[in-house]
Design a protein. Structure first.
Length: 488
């Protein structure tokens, strides 16, 4: 299946072809580990995880690097303000290394909860200072960067393509630059590669230009070069990374190599929370555990991992370039949609094939084809899911009618397995804890001896604990449900 991806730089969809055979060099900007990741950060990593799974499914070998920013990212992306790490360190009264270690571990744990595959490399910026110094030295040698009183700056007048990714014009940026411009710069839009003369900064390294620390942007240029080389197939980030971060990465990497840095720039659109942009001041800044706790208050009964899995499904139910409006109604709807597929998976698996039906109805193959065509079209997950729901509807209709053939059952099994492998929603509603299992058994016993009062009481108790019990001709069936009551 051909794959078309939208490239932010050229602003159009192009057929994806790796630079080398079937190998994909993929780089994603990682978290700045000064706080817990929030659902906006995770929506980017969920998108990348899906992209990776899809590429692997299509037979590509993916080399994925996602860095950890543990120094140099200032509160204001435009080189101003305090270092985010140092700010957290001051507020939490811990040294920045402890802050970084704590939030890096929390981040790994959250990624595991979401079921995201680990990147092949997760380099830390502080382990790659030498690589950054080497790149800065090359830029100075080439006359593209210069040393000033308080550090080293990239001279954007030497890189005319600056602004192409974001669509910013240098003249507009100059006009918009702060009134109290840093007079050490030749041009107010020049950005810092290395900062010196800041004795209060705890994390410092020696360099040919004095003791100091790197700018945020050079970190990704250095780490991507070290692990993936000078040219990448795909570079991802959140939409808010386009400017200045990725614009600066291009300037640095291409300034050093003289080659095109990235073949496809892919950006995850930022998400809204109940119609608004996420911000600390609005109090709508959700970590995964905030999401779980708040959802519990709204009728959800699953654990943290189950909440995270449904959040992942919600993110994937919107196209990565469209705006997802996160809220608990949307989350609940995502759960119900996923549950519909999950029920069909089990129905199909448990069905006894009807051997008077031969072959496969063409609808099944048609909807499967639509599913993959949608994914090949810039990973259009909402269209793929629409095809999946067509498939599920057709399957349920067949199961409600004459049943399905053996070929159809096998088709469903394969297709659902592929779906699970791509969307990766890992929730099992068909296993019960031993005490719940006991209650189901007690209820069975009560029913056998025709103690219907007890059996109804136990059924009600089970329901309150999130287990639905159904009596079928073939015996008792149970299934957990993660939404017991909901105002939606
Ligand atoms: Zn980056
Ligand atoms: Zn089953």
């Amino acid at each position: 299946m051909p794959l078309f991806l939208f490239d932010t730089l050229t602003r159009r969809k192009r057929e994806f072809k790796p630079l080398h055979d079937k190998e994909v060099r993929l780089y994603s900007c990682g978290l700045t580990v000064y706080n817990f990741g929030h659902i906006g950060n995770f929506s980017h990593y969920i998108f990348v995880d899906f992209l990776k799974r899809y590429l692997k499914f299509e037979g590509y070998k993916v080399m994925h690097v996602r860095n950890i920013t543990d120094v140099g990212h200032l509160v204001d992306d435009a080189d101003e303000g305090e270092d985010k790490m140092l700010r957290a360190s001051r507020l939490e009264k811990k040294d920045p290394w402890e802050i970084a270690k704590f939030y890096t571990e929390a981040f790994s744990h959250d990624c595991e909860t979401l079921g995201l595959e680990k990147p092949d490399q997760e380099p830390k910026a502080t382990d790659h200072i030498q690589g950054m110094i080497d790149m800065i030295a090359t830029l100075i040698e080439k006359g593209i960067a210069y040393k000033a009183k308080d550090g080293v700056y990239f001279d954007i007048s030497k890189f005319p393509q600056y602004g192409e990714l974001s669509g910013n014009k240098v003249a507009d940026l100059e006009a918009g630059a702060r009134v109290e411009v840093n007079t050490n710069k030749k041009n107010p839009v020049d950005f810092a590669l290395w900062k010196t003369d800041q004795p209060e900064h705890i994390m410092q390294w020696d360099s040919p230009w004095g003791r100091g620390y790197p700018g945020w942007h050079i970190e990704c240029s250095a780490m991507s070069k070290e692990y993936l080389g000078e040219q990448l197939d795909i570079h991802t980030g959140g939409e808010d990374n386009i400017f200045p971060h990725h614009e600066c990465e291009i300037a640095q990497s291409e300034g050093v190599s003289g080659k095109k840095f990235v073949n496809f720039w892919m950006h995850k659109r930022y998400l809204l929370v109940e119609g608004e942009k996420m911000s600390k001041s609005k109090g709508n800044f959700y970590t995964l555990s905030d999401l779980h706790l708040k959802w519990l208050e709204q009728g959800f009964s699953g654990d943290m991992k189950e909440a995270a899995q449904i959040f992942k499904f919600l993110v994937l139910s919107a196209h990565y370039r469209s705006q997802l409006d996160f809220g608990f109604k949307a989350l609940t709807d995502a759960y119900k949609a996923w549950e519909k597929i999950d029920v069909a998976i089990h129905r199909a698996g448990d069905a006894v094939p009807n051997d008077t039906i031969k072959g496969i109805r063409e609808e099944f193959e048609k909807y499967e084809l639509h599913f993959y065509q949608a994914l090949g079209d810039d990973l259009n997950t909402p269209n793929a899911l629409a095809a999946m729901f067509d498939y599920v509807r057709e399957l349920n209709a067949a199961l409600d009618g004459d049943g399905i053939s053996l070929v159809e059952q096998e088709h469903a099994e394969t297709f659902f397995n592929e779906f699970q492998g791509l969307f990766g929603v890992d929730i099992n509603l068909y296993t019960l804890t031993p005490d719940l299992m006991d209650m189901v058994m007690q209820r069975e016993e009560a029913r056998k001896v025709k103690d219907f009062a007890l059996s109804d009481k136990l059924r009600q108790e089970l329901l309150e604990k999130g287990v639905e019990v159904k009596d079928k001709k073939t015996g008792v069936e149970w299934r957990r449900t993660l939404i017991l009551s909901s105002k939606f």
